[in-house]
Design a protein around this ligand. Structure first.
Ligand SMILES: Cc1cc2nc3c(=O)[nH]c(=O)nc-3n(C[C@H](O)[C@H](O)[C@H](O)COP(=O)(O)OP(=O)(O)OC[C@H]3O[C@@H](n4cnc5c(N)ncnc54)[C@H](O)[C@@H]3O)c2cc1C
Length: 335
C-alpha cells in the first residue's frame, strides 16, 4: 500500500473526469484521474454521437480517445484500472481516496465524476444489440429511428416521457410494461394515451432481443398473466427501467435528490466541503456529454479557487446554503 499526496483526486474518467483532468493539468494542479476500467465512460457504449457541438458525426470510442489524448497532453495523470473503493474524510480534514489495490490518495479536494449506470433488462441479446437497436438514451439515439417501429420498455415517468418524445422520429412506438398500469405521473400518462403513434402492451416482459446482420429486428415478449409468448417486430428497444448514480463510494452523508443524484451548488460543490461532483452523477435537468464537460470545467476552476482560498486562509461560504436541484430529470434514461 502506498500513500500519495495530491491537490485534487478525480474519480472516473468519462467525459467529465477527462475534462476535469485536462483543466487541472492546465492549471498546474497535481491531480490524478482514477478510472475503474478504460477511459471514456459511457462514450465507450455509444456507437455514434451526433449532438456534440463541432462534431456532426463521431464514433463514441473516437471521441473518448480524443478526450483522453487532449487531457494527457495538458498533463492529466489518468490511471485506468484503478477502481475507487471509497472516499472518506480523515481526522485531519483531508480526503482519503482508497483504490482497490490498497493505494490511498490524500487530497484537500475531490471531484466525483463517476457517472451512473442504466438498469439493464438482463435478457439475451441486450448486450449484443446495444448500440445496434438497444439504447438507454432517447435524446442521443432517437434520431437514428426516423420512420421505424420501435419499443420502449418501462412504465415510469422516463419511459412515458421518452416514448412520447420518440414519436417525433418513429412511425410507431410500443410501450412494453410488466404491469397493468403506469407509475408515471397523470399528466405524462395523459400525453401517452393521447398520442396515436403509441400502443401500450400491458402485463408483458421482454425475454429476448433478437436480430439479423448485427441489427435488432424484434423482441421476444411474454404476457405475465397468460404466459403467451410472441415476437414483437421492432428495430429499436429503448430501456427506461431505472438509472443508478455511482455514489456508493462516498463515506458519510452528502445531500442528494430522491433518486440518489448528488446536489451541488453552482460551483459543483456538494454539501461536503471540498467534495465536488460533475456530470451524470449530479442532479440536473439533462445528462449529456456537453453538460458533463461543462460541469467539469466549472468544478475544476472552483477547486483551483478553493485551494487558493485555503492557502490564503480565506475560505468561501459553505456550499450547503445554495444547493441546487436539477428540476425535472429526463432524457438520458434515468427515472
Ligand atoms: C447508450 C448511451 C448513449 C448516449 N449517447 C449520447 C449522445 O449521443 N450524446 C450525448 O451528449 N450523450 C450521450 N449519452 C450520455 C453521455 O454518454 C453521458 O451523459 C456522459 O458520458 C456522462 O459523462 P460522465 O463523465 O459524467 O459519466 P460516465 O460517462 O458514466 O463516466 C463515468 C466514469 O466513471 C467510472 N467509474 C465509476 N465508478 C468508479 C469507481 N468506483 N472508480 C473508478 N472509476 C469509476 C466509470 O467506469 C466511467 O468511466 C449516452 C449515454 C448512453 C448510456
Amino acid at each position: 500500500m502506498a500513500v500519495h499526496d495530491k491537490d485534487v483526486v478525480i474519480v472516473g474518467a468519462g467525459p467529465a473526469g477527462l475534462c476535469a483532468g485536462m483543466y487541472a493539468g492546465r492549471s498546474m494542479l497535481d491531480a490524478v484521474v482514477l478510472e475503474q476500467g478504460l477511459p471514456g465512460g459511457e462514450l465507450l457504449n455509444t456507437e455514434v454521437i451526433e449532438d456534440y457541438i463541432g462534431f456532426e458525426h463521431i464514433l463514441g470510442s473516437e471521441l473518448a480517445e480524443k478526450f483522453q489524448s487532449h487531457a494527457v497532453k495538458f498533463g492529466a495523470d489518468v490511471r485506468p484500472y484503478h477502481r475507487v473503493e471509497h472516499v472518506r474524510r480523515a481526522a485531519d480534514g483531508a480526503f482519503e481516496t482508497t483504490v482497490e489495490n490498497g493505494d490511498v490518495f490524500r487530497s484537500p479536494a475531490v471531484i466525483v465524476t463517476a457517472g451512473g449506470t442504466p438498469v439493464k433488462l438482463e435478457v439475451p441479446g441486450e448486450i449484443e444489440y446495444a448500440g445496434r437497436g438497444v439504447s438507454y438514451c432517447a435524446i442521443c439515439d432517437g434520431a437514428f429511428f426516423r420512420g421505424h417501429t420501435i419499443m420502449v420498455v418501462g412504465g415510469g415517468d422516463a419511459a412515458c416521457e421518452e416514448a412520447d418524445f420518440l414519436t417525433r422520429y418513429a412511425a410507431k412506438v410500443y410501450i412494453v410494461h410488466r404491469r397493468d398500469g403506469f407509475r408515471a405521473s397523470k399528466i405524462i400518462q395523459d400525453r401517452v394515451f393521447a398520442n396515436a403513434k403509441i400502443e401500450v402492451i400491458w402485463d408483458t416482459v421482454v425475454e429476448e432481443i433478437a436480430g439479423a446482420d448485427g441489427l435488432m429486428t424484434h423482441a421476444r415478449i411474454r404476457n405475465v398473466k397468460t404466459g403467451e409468448r410472441r415476437d414483437l417486430v421492432a428495430t429499436g428497444a429503448f430501456v427506461f427501467i431505472g438509472f443508478r448514480p455511482n455514489t456508493g463510494i462516498i463515506d458519510g452523508h452528502v445531500e442528494h435528490d430522491a433518486a440518489g443524484y448528488l446536489l451541488t451548488d453552482s460551483n459543483m460543490e456538494t454539501s461536503m466541503r471540498g467534495l465536488f461532483a460533475a456530470g451524470d452523477v449530479r442532479a440536473q435537468l439533462t445528462r449529456q456529454v456537453t453538460t458533463a464537460v461543462g460541469d467539469a470545467t466549472t468544478a475544476t476552476i472552483a477547486v483551483e479557487k478553493y485551494l487558493a482560498a485555503r492557502r490564503n486562509g480565506t475560505p468561501s461560504p459553505s456550499p450547503s446554503a445554495t444547493l441546487v436541484t436539477g428540476g425535472s430529470v429526463r432524457r438520458a434514461g434515468q427515472p
